[in-house]
Design a protein around this ligand. Structure first.
Ligand code: 6PG
Length: 247
């Protein structure tokens, strides 16, 4: 069993402070990666403030866009113009406003009817454009059911040892209940830095389960991050960290 370590926890006052701190961490990671920045994005609502802040001054002027590659850590298997599309969301609140060449945006063909083919095609794209170089910075959200990316409780992705991307069924614990593409632990655990962005009282129970010393990955997939050996930080506002006994 690989060495496990409880991820770090950083608590800030509120959602605005969460956005500000996340911007600082992204920019610091970019400045520490002079030869290219492979940046994994997540969907959901929590990162919207971060994406909007990165697309505007002052942060926007500090981003070395010419050497940034962005990709999605997971996607709903719907067309890009579907309101449930993570790519559609990220494009609207972030990519449409920045000087990032489209070659720097690695997008899955999420609407392909065959999920396994869509997953294989996305993995092929990621490998072609990033090689086996680890992701420099992977942004994740946390679901109330303890999922990260689209790795839901009892997900087959939890046991994956080879593939970077898998097609998984629609979740039964959270919405939207559509089939997904998701990074697997294989690619997630290689990342040089993982930031899990969590806001709101509704996530407090999931944060407590994710960061507890003991627990079951199948029940709380975010616990797979304990296998990442110290490269993971849960950045939470006070409401999301309310169930954690802070020393
Ligand atoms: C997705 C996301 C997912 C998200 C969490 C938290 O496709 O739904 O990538 O993993 O990060 O569900 O979502 P919220 O930020 O909306 O709470």
């Amino acid at each position: 069993m690989a060495q496990t370590m409880i991820p770090a926890l950083e608590v800030v006052a509120d959602p605005d402070a969460l956005t500000a701190r996340a911007v600082e961490r992204v920019l610091a990671a970019m400045e520490a990666s002079p030869y290219g920045f492979r940046f994994g994005l997540c969907g959901g609502h929590t990162p919207e403030g971060l994406y909007r802040a990165l697309a505007r001054p002052p942060a926007e002027g500090r981003v070395p866009w010419e050497r940034v590659i962005v990709f999605l850590g997971d996607e709903r298997r719907v067309p890009d113009d579907d309101p449930r599309s993570n790519f559609g969301f990220v494009k609207r609140v972030f990519l449409d406003d920045v000087r990032l060449p489209m070659a720097g945006v690695l997008k899955p063909k999420a609407a392909l009817p065959d999920g396994d083919a869509a997953a294989a095609a996305y993995e092929k794209l990621l490998r072609r454009e990033m090689g086996t170089t680890p992701v420099d910075f992977l942004l994740l959200g946390l679901g109330e059911d303890g999922h990260i990316a689209s790795i839901f409780p009892s997900s087959p992705a939890l046991d994956e040892k080879d593939r970077w991307v898998m097609s998984v069924p629609a979740p039964t614990t959270v919405g939207p209940r559509v089939p997904r593409l998701t990074l697997t632990p294989v690619r997630i655990l290689e990342a040089r830095e993982v930031l899990v962005l969590v806001s709101g009282a509704g996530k407090a129970a999931a944060v407590a389960r994710a960061l507890a010393a003991e627990g079951d990955e199948r029940a709380c997939p975010a616990r797979l991050l304990h296998r990442a050996g110290g490269k993971v930080t849960f950045l939470c506002d006070r409401a999301a960290a309310a169930r954690i006994a802070l020393a």
